[in-house]
Write a protein that binds this ligand. Structure first.
Ligand SMILES: [Zn+2]
Length: 102
């Protein structure tokens, strides 16, 4: 996939988005400034989507932003960021490996 293709992650939106913002300008401006700050911070820390995908905190703040817009617009809250948070959290749960020292 091309790095140039960045689309707004708000549910149902197909506008192009600045890669530092996650969303198109219309949706970005509907986020509370505190949430904008946390999204921008997460993207700065993890500019490559492929790295962010393994980071639960990164995915959690993206999910929060997407859900904020969805609730403003009366859309379903379910989104792929939240699903990924669930997957990462399950993967991070400690598993007992037989024979390993505690
Ligand atoms: Zn949008």
């Amino acid at each position: 996939m091309s790095d140039l293709a960045h689309y707004c992650k708000a549910t149902g939106c197909v506008w192009a988005a600045d890669r530092r913002r996650l969303m198109c300008m219309t949706h970005w401006l509907r986020l509370p400034s505190a949430l904008q700050g946390r999204v921008a911070e997460a993207i700065r820390a993890e500019p490559r989507a492929s790295a962010g995908i393994n980071n639960a905190d990164h995915m959690r703040v993206c999910a929060e932003a997407v859900e904020h817009i969805a609730s403003l617009e009366g859309r379903p809250l379910e989104n792929s960021f939240r699903r990924l948070v669930g997957i990462i959290e399950r993967a991070e749960q400690p598993c007992i490996v037989e024979g390993e020292p505690a």
